[in-house]
Design a protein around this ligand. Structure first.
Ligand SMILES: CCCCCCC[C@@H](O)CC(=O)SCCNC(=O)CCNC(=O)[C@H](O)C(C)(C)COP(=O)(O)OP(=O)(O)OC[C@H]1O[C@@H](n2cnc3c(N)ncnc32)[C@H](O)[C@@H]1OP(=O)(O)O
Length: 764
């Protein structure tokens, strides 16, 4: 090793860093502020084949300038190998004129042993072989003769074999050797008119792969360069400007480094041109078992069915060794057998899903964990996108199932339910969702393996409900259980069971005013953003599909709305810490339109936070019977500042009142019956109806929304403050009516009769 000691100021050091190291003037021995190590080849002997010009010449000159003794091999002649020349002598002269050592060699590479002999005879050893010699015989395959084929194989493939083989035993004995094969992008990618050359060039990669393995324990490293340079081979092929720029000198340092004793790689394929280098390697898809059960036969049809997964390169991996390929295959087949045993009672479908930070960020964006598309850092809670505790991390695992559902399983479910065509997907609604976190997810990226199976298909009269369970594994341990209720409109009436004991049930919220309320507006593009997480159901994006299914416009994904609400719960009672979530359950009671404001009402009971979500614009309950089970409750008043804004509307106060009225109606059925009328309350805010309540005293029912059957006997329009005042007796209905505060359509007397009932139910 030769060391350059640089001295002087730091700016001098910087200058060295920029300058070509071979032209730097230095003062050996001076105390320096930095030490730069020059990569040297002193004592090494290198053979460079095809070194009379172009790349080979550049390699030879550079190695010699760094102390190597070089055998400059060149058969000479044109690029098709014809003719003779003295190019090698000229290169040797140039090396010698600069004080280096070199010898010319005019043997053909197919007599590689003679070239190695030149090295031994002249310099007594051999350390480096750069198999660079090559010729072209380009012809379209149809015109290619056997001679064209053989000649190219002989020079490139056999030549590299012969030359390397002749030195191999020496390398083994001295426990040192560096071999560079020269491949080509024509081999890696194919190129019209170069079938012979492409085959030889890819053959060299294979040769290098095996020699890298065989030589490893003798410190013999075999790597491959894929150069694209201006040379005799390319001079009338490349455009002149590019030919000028593609100087072999820009590639020579890459190859010289690959030939150096400090080069770390073995078996690498390095592409270089124009002062740029990169590595190429093969990757393999995750592949697929070509049958469903171990006992099944592999048929052409089963191959066809599995094909999309066979060629899906999304999670493709590189294997360093053949053994890794075998191990992976054996593991996959064993896993298939194990799953089959597990699934013998239950027809389950397995899938894998890889997620990374980008997926989490997309989920966060789709469920407005990030306040604005332009923000790269999520506002609430900030660690969601990055950390192991991230709720988005946990939650996006549901997307695994979703993504899966939109392909193979959805087909199966739709078939199960008798939905003939996939285009009917608009009639398939997300009915309910249960998520149970069994353990924390590690990190922001990973792979999940998911077992999905249909547990029941219910007949709800006009509609059907499929209940689908999923178990999600990471590194073979269960991290998550989910259950989906998939509501299929118009597919009931097939005589199936109405209920299932395998369903995780929703839970009614306590009948009191909510303990906390948080509201947040969704954006007009909420569904468009959310679908980027993988649920590409056109119902959420295509107005034609949405209106055909009876919606005003594309509706929001159920899981997007749920994402908002669970985050509201976490903001209020989970300290914004998603790792506190044990389980989530929700029913999607009504569709949400993107742009609507979600209002989440919460009730805390021990470590369970019940919640329901309404849309502010309509007052409709869109998520009902929902709850989040927490490991512990962390009350946070400040969380709302980071989370969506606190509910400002007074309209929600009426909920508590009607819950009380409901209690009263049930406690006083005879009083309710004696009034015997149906009252509709339009609760207004700034003159706009934000909510409706029905007091159906005929049926003894109090519920949100318009009367379920028939017309109301009396409709009252009032703000909820007025309603509360009315109920608490501080506002007389008749006076209110006369003062124009209370608008009543229908029977005023009947409305007045409500007084006692409202009063008795007014203790909020
Ligand atoms: C194959 C691939 C799968 C793909 C999955 C979907 C992919 C996603 O992209 C889809 C979505 O995200 S859709 C968006 C989110 N979901 C929604 O908007 C649905 C909103 N809900 C509704 O419209 C009604 O509740 C509605 C229409 C669902 C039901 O209303 P009604 O028909 O009026 O029902 P009702 O008369 O009240 O009750 C009938 C019986 O059904 C049960 N039920 C009601 N709502 C349910 C729901 N949401 N989930 C499950 N069951 C539900 C009732 O309990 C009743 O049964 P029973 O009489 O036995 O008690």
């Amino acid at each position: 090793m030769h060391t350059i000691k640089a001295s002087g100021s730091s700016s001098l050091y910087f200058k060295y860093g920029c300058a070509s190291i071979t032209t730097v003037n230095f003062t050996p021995g001076l105390a320096g502020i930095a030490t730069m190590e020059q990569l040297r080849f002193d004592g090494r002997v290198a053979v460079v084949t095809g070194a009379g010009g172009g790349l080979g010449k550049a390699y030879a000159l550079l190695l010699a300038s760094r102390g190597a003794k070089v055998v400059v091999n060149d058969l000479g002649g044109g690029r098709d190998g014809s003719g003779k020349s003295t190019f090698a002598d000229a290169v040797v002269q140039e090396i010698k004129s600069k004080g280096g050592e070199a010898v010319a060699d005019y043997n053909s590479v197919v007599d590689g042993e003679k070239i190695i002999k030149t090295a031994i005879d002249n310099f007594g050893r051999i350390d480096i072989i750069i198999n660079n010699a090559g010729i072209l015989r380009d012809k379209s395959f149809t015109k290619m003769s056997e001679q064209d084929w053989d000649l190219i194989q002989a020079v490139h493939l056999k030549g590299a074999f012969k030359t390397t083989h002749a030195a191999w035993e020496i390398f083994r004995k001295q426990k040192y050797g560096r071999v560079i094969m020269t491949s080509s992008n024509a081999g890696l990618f194919g190129n019209f008119g170069q079938a012979n050359y492409s085959a030889a060039k890819m053959g060299l990669v294979g040769l290098a792969n095996t020699l890298a393995i065989e030589g490893a324990k003798y410190n013999i490293k075999v790597n491959t360069i894929v150069p694209t340079a201006a040379s005799r081979l390319t001079e009338d092929i490349l455009p002149p400007e590019m030919f000028q720029a593609m100087k072999p000198d820009l590639i020579a340092p890459v190859v010289a480094y690959m030939a150096h004793e400090s080069f770390p790689d073995n078996g690498s394929v390095i592409d270089s041109t124009l002062g740029f280098a990169n590595k190429t390697h093969l990757v393999r898809s995750q592949g697929a078992v070509l049958k469903k059960k171990p006992a099944d036969l592999v048929t052409i049809e089963s191959v066809k069915e599995a094909w999309p997964q066979v060629v899906n390169m999304n999670n493709a991996t590189h294997k360093e060794k053949l053994a890794e390929v075998t191990v992976e295959l054996v593991e996959k087949l064993q896993e298939f057998e194990e799953r089959s045993k597990l699934d013998s009672a239950n027809e389950a479908y397995w899938s894998t899903y890889n997620y990374n930070a980008k997926d989490l960020a997309l989920y966060a964006l789709g469920s407005r964990m990030i306040a604005d598309e332009s923000e790269s850092v999520p506002v609430v809670p900030s660690r969601c996108v990055g950390g192991t505790e991230g709720f988005s991390g946990k939650y996006s695992s549901c997307q695994i199932f979703w993504r899966y559902l939109t392909s193979r399983e959805s087909l199966r479910i739709t078939q199960c339910l008798g939905v003939a065509e996939h285009s009917n997907i608009a009639y398939i609604l997300h009915g309910e969702q249960y998520i149970e976190f069994v353990s924390d997810f590690p990190g922001t990226e990973g792979e999940f393996t998911i077992r999905n199976y249909v547990v029941d298909i219910l007949d709800k009269g006009s509609s059907a409900v499929a209940i689908v369970n999923s178990e999600i594994f990471q590194n073979k341990s269960l991290v998550l259980r989910t259950q989906q209720h998939i509501f299929v409109l118009g597919q009931g009436g097939f005589g199936g069971p109405r209920n299932s004991n395998k369903a995780v049930n929703v839970a009614a919220a306590p009948k009191r005013a909510p303990d906390a309320v948080v509201e947040q507006k969704t954006s007009e593009d909420q569904a468009a953003l959310y679908r980027l997480s993988g649920d590409l159901n056109p119902l959420h994006i295509d107005p034609n599909v949405a209106t055909a299914a009876g919606h005003l416009k594309p509706i929001l994904h159920g899981l997007a709305s749920l994402g908002f609400s669970v985050r509201h719960v976490l903001a209020k009672y989970g300290g914004n810490d998603s790792s506190l979530v044990k389980a989530v359950k929700a029913r999607f009671a009504k569709p949400v339109l993107p742009g609507q404001t979600l209002v989440t009402e919460m009730w805390v009971e021990d470590t369970r936070v019940h919640f329901q979500t309404k849309t502010k614009e309509t007052g409709n309950v869109v998520i009902s019977g929902a709850f989040v089970d927490l490991k512990k409750v962390v009350k946070s008043d400040t969380a709302a500042s980071a989370a969506p804004s606190q509910q400002s509307s007074s309209a929600l106060k009426s909920d508590g009142l009607f819950a009380k009225i409901d209690e009263q109606v049930k406690a006083n059925p005879s009083l309710a019956k004696s009034i015997g009328a149906v009252f509709l309350y339009n609760i207004t805010e700034n003159g706009k109806t934000v909510k409706q309540w029905t007091l159906d005293l005929k049926a003894g029912l109090v519920h949100e929304g318009a009367p379920k059957s028939g017309k109301p006997d009396t409709t009252m329009t009032l703000s909820d403050e007025d309603l509360i005042a009315l109920a608490s007796g501080t506002l007389n209905p008749q006076t209110a009516f006369l003062k124009g505060k209370l608008k009543i359509a229908g029977n005023l007397m009947l409305a007045q009769k409500l007084g006692p009932l409202l009063k008795s139910g007014s203790k909020l």
